[in-house]
Design a protein around this ligand. Structure first.
Ligand SMILES: Cc1cc2nc3c(=O)[nH]c(=O)nc-3n(C[C@H](O)[C@H](O)[C@H](O)COP(=O)(O)OP(=O)(O)OC[C@H]3O[C@@H](n4cnc5c(N)ncnc54)[C@H](O)[C@@H]3O)c2cc1C
Length: 299
C-alpha cells in the first residue's frame, strides 16, 4: 500500500494530494489551520496560468474541492514532530501518532517578527492586510518592510485606509517593477526609507509608532501596523538526522526528494529559487509522483 503523509495544506500540499490520490495512494494530509495556506489570504492573483485574475481564496478553494472529490482525508492538527523509525516515518500531533511509508513536507514559511510587537498582535498589529485590512477602513496605518509582500500590502491598504506609511528599513524597495509602479501611483502612501520602528504605542489598541530615520525619532499616529518583513521556512518539527538544509530551507533534488530516502518536500519550504504558486504546484506534483513510486517499490 502506498501510504503517504502530506504535511501542510497549501497549494503545494494540495497539488501533491491531487497527484497522489489519482495514483491510488492512501493519502493523509495534516493541516493546522484552514486548507489553502497562504494563497487563501491573498486578494488578487494575476500570474497563475488560465486565470488572468482570480481571488486567492477562490483559487485555493478550487484546489481543495478537487482534492476532496478525489477522497482526500485531512487531519486538522499541527504536526509537532516527524521522526524516522527504521524505514517508516512517524508523524505526531498533540493527539495521535501515525506511521507512513513516505512523507511530503509542504509546510511553507512563517512570518518574520520585528521583535517588539508580540504583545500587540490582535490589538492593531497584523501580518496579513487581506485578512485584517478591513478593520482599519478610513484610518491611518503603517506597513513595515521593503519586499514584494510589503509593497503589495501597502498597495492593498491604500484603497481602504486614509493614509499608509510604508516604513522601509532599507534604502530601496525590492519587488517587481509593476508592483512598485502600482504602489507609487497611490496618492495616500508615504514612504520613509532607511527607517526602523523603535516602539509601538499601545494602550488598549495601537495609536502610534515611533520611527527612527534621518538621525531623528518621530512619532506617527496610526491605528494599525502591518509587519511584512519576510518569512522563514517551517521545519522545526522535523527530527530526522541527515536532513540537508540551505539557510533553513529543505534542499531537494529534481524529484523533490530531500537528502533522506522517502522524505520529499514541495513549495516555499524548499530551497527552490522561485517561491510562487505555479512552482509550488509543480513541486507538489513531482513530490507526489516520486513519493508514490518510492512507497510502491517498498510495498
Ligand atoms: C503577500 C504575498 C503575495 C503573493 N502573491 C503571489 C501571487 O500573486 N502569485 C504567486 O504565484 N505567488 C504569490 N505569492 C507566493 C505564494 O503565496 C506562495 O509561493 C505559495 O503560497 C506557497 O505555497 P505552499 O503550499 O508552499 O505554502 P503555504 O501556502 O504557506 O502553505 C503551507 C501550509 O502548511 C501548514 N503548516 C505549516 N506548519 C504546519 C504544521 N506543523 N502542521 C500542520 N500544518 C502546517 C500551514 O498552516 C499552511 O496552510 C505571494 C506571497 C505573499 C506573501
Amino acid at each position: 500500500m502506498k501510504n503517504i503523509a502530506i504535511i501542510g495544506g497549501g497549494v503545494a500540499g494540495l497539488s501533491a494530494a491531487i497527484y497522489a490520490l489519482r495514483a491510488n495512494a492512501q493519502v493523509t494530509m495534516f493541516e493546522q489551520y484552514g486548507l489553502g495556506g497562504l494563497v487563501a489570504t491573498i486578494d488578487k492573483i494575476e500570474n497563475y496560468p488560465s486565470y488572468p485574475s482570480i481571488d486567492g481564496f477562490e483559487l485555493a478553494n478550487n484546489m481543495v474541492m478537487q482534492a476532496k472529490q478525489l477522497g482526500l482525508k485531512v487531519v486538522r492538527r499541527k504536526v509537532l514532530s516527524l521522526t524516522k523509525e527504521q524505514d517508516d516515518f512517524v508523524v505526531t500531533t498533540d493527539k495521535d501518532s501515525y506511521t507512513f511509508t513516505a512523507v511530503i513536507v509542504a509546510t511553507g514559511t512563517s512570518h518574520n517578527k520585528l521583535g517588539i510587537e508580540s504583545d500587540f498582535v490582535g490589538k492593531g498589529v497584523s501580518y496579513c492586510a487581506t485578512c485584517d485590512g478591513n478593520f482599519y477602513r478610513n484610518m491611518p496605518v503603517a506597513v513595515v518592510g521593503n519586499g514584494k509582500q510589503a509593497v503589495r500590502e501597502a498597495t492593498y491598504l491604500a484603497d481602504l485606509c486614509s493614509l499608509v506609511h510604508l516604513i522601509v528599513p532599507e534604502s530601496q524597495l525590492n519587488a517587481e517593477a509593476r508592483a512598485i509602479d502600482d504602489l507609487l501611483a497611490k496618492t495616500n502612501v508615504q514612504i520613509i526609507y532607511n527607517a526602523t520602528v523603535s516602539e509601538i504605542v499601545c494602550a488598549d489598541t495601537v495609536s502610534a509608532i515611533k520611527v527612527f530615520a534621518n538621525n531623528s525619532l518621530s512619532q506617527i499616529d496610526v491605528n494599525g501596523v502591518f509587519v511584512a518583513i519576510g518569512a522563514k521556512p517551517i521545519t522545526d518539527f522535523i527530527n530526522i538526522e541527515g536532513v540537508e538544509k540551505q539557510k533553513g530551507y529543505l534542499v531537494v533534488d529534481d524529484k523533490c526528494q530531500t537528502s533522506v530516502q522517502g522524505l520529499y518536500a514541495a513549495g516555499d519550504v524548499t530551497n527552490g529559487p522561485l517561491k510562487q504558486i505555479v512552482t509550488a504546484c509543480g513541486d507538489g506534483a513531482k513530490a507526489a509522483v516520486f513519493a508514490c513510486a518510492y512507497a510502491g517499490a517498498r510495498k
